[in-house]
Design a protein around this ligand. Structure first.
Ligand code: NI
Length: 152
């Protein structure tokens, strides 16, 4: 098995809060990340696929094709966006790096040959990153409230 990675960047803003928590509880848990008007990150996304190199081409996957899939279905949707309001597949999702990695997996796994996606690695900063390998997780989608929907 050979592992092939496409690395890309995007910049986005987000706010971490749970609409079912009180303001005090959101502040206690999310602290500065609960700033009502959000804050930004320069994210680094690494998408890794695994497979056998094709004997005819030497490729596990054509990296141009992987690049195009990641760009079209993830990067163009999230780059220079507010993740709480602007991204259809993130509506009602608390946009932590963990949840973003899971959602990116779901989107990319369905657009790559079955079983080929190996991992999603998402850096929120130089020091903080998450990795996801596709094991089932429970991810909650909250109802979007009116005062949030007005930004859509
Ligand atoms: Ni943040």
């Amino acid at each position: 098995m050979v592992y092939v990675t496409r690395k890309c960047h995007f910049s986005a803003s987000h706010r971490l809060y749970n609409p079912e928590f009180s303001n005090e509880k959101n502040d206690a848990i999310f602290d500065k990340c609960n700033n009502p008007r959000g804050h930004g990150h320069n994210y680094v996304l690494e998408v890794t696929v695994a497979g056998q190199p094709d004997p005819e081409t030497g490729y596990v996957i054509d990296l141009k094709k992987l690049r195009d899939i990641v760009e079209e279905h993830v990067i163009e949707k999230v780059d220079h966006k507010h993740l709480n309001y602007d991204v259809d597949f993130l509506q009602g999702i608390i946009p932590t790096a963990e949840n973003l990695a899971v959602m990116f997996w779901q989107i990319l796994a369905s657009r790559l040959p079955s079983g080929q996606l190996h991992s999603i690695k998402l850096f929120e900063s130089d020091n903080n990153f998450v990795e996801y390998f596709g094991a089932p997780v429970t991810l909650r989608r909250f109802a979007v409230r009116h005062e949030e929907a007005e930004f859509v």
